[in-house]
Design a protein around this ligand. Structure first.
Ligand code: MD3
Ligand code: FE
Length: 207
């Protein structure tokens, strides 16, 4: 595996997935979305999010009026489909962990979608890293420190880029400010997919 760049404690592999690997991944994600359709999430405060979501894996991340949490089923009641094998191979190869992720969150950004600055803290164990894979249109990613007031820096994420957040970076504030809609031809209708792999660590065997 090529050596990653180091940005603010993150490990960053620009263009790690070539065009063929990206297209193969999109084909696997079509099967995920066929089993567990993208839905429009609502924050606990009742605000609709601009990103559409679904998940694969043992647990999926969901949000609605009842709060942010992990659930064993899609809002429709069906079990989440399995995480694609190519995605699991990337996780094990880049993290060096034997432990599989519990969740592969699938975020879809259409024209105008964004994600406000936040921390990922709904998991039970922050010692495990988070892996992110970008596909499709370019997106302006903003990352700060572990304090909301820490200065931030911005980076354009492109199709095939992979980021690994471990150590102190695991609790960094981050978000997506905007998309360059139709900047990539990977998805025929435009848009961006981000996969986020996480260990949730709430299984009976790990508690
Ligand atoms: C830094 N997703 O799903 S990926 C999320 O592009 C999320 O859809 C964004 O933030 C997206 O929670 C950003 C990059 C990323 C993902 C997880 C992180 C950065 C992170 C976890 C900790 C710190
Ligand atoms: Fe996040």
């Amino acid at each position: 595996m090529a050596e990653p760049m180091e940005i603010r404690g993150f490990r960053y592999w620009p263009g790690l997935l070539d065009a063929a690997a990206q297209a193969a991944l999109v084909a696997e994600l079509r099967a995920v979305v066929a089993a567990a359709p993208l839905y429009a999430p609502v924050t606990p405060g009742g605000r609709p999010m601009s990103v559409r979501m679904t998940s694969a894996g043992r647990l999926g991340w969901v949000t609605d009026r009842r709060g942010y949490r992990y659930e064993a089923a899609h809002p429709s009641g069906v079990a989440w489909p399995p995480i694609p094998a190519s995605v699991l191979a990337l996780w094990h190869g880049l993290t060096g962990l034997d432990r599989a992720p519990d969740c592969c969150l699938v975020n879809f950004y259409g024209e105008g979608a964004k994600m406000g600055l936040h921390q990922d803290r709904d998991e039970g164990d922050f010692t495990f890293p988070v892996l992110s894979i970008s596909l499709g249109d370019e997106a302006l990613f903003r990352v700060g420190g572990t304090d909301r007031r820490d200065p931030t820096e911005s980076l354009w994420l492109r199709s095939g880029d992979v980021l690994l957040m471990g150590g102190a970076a695991r609790l960094a504030w981050h978000g997506i400010d905007r998309l360059r809609f139709r900047s990539s031809r990977l998805l025929p209708g435009g848009g961006r997919i981000n996969l986020t792999l996480r260990v949730v660590a709430t299984s009976p065997s790990s508690s």
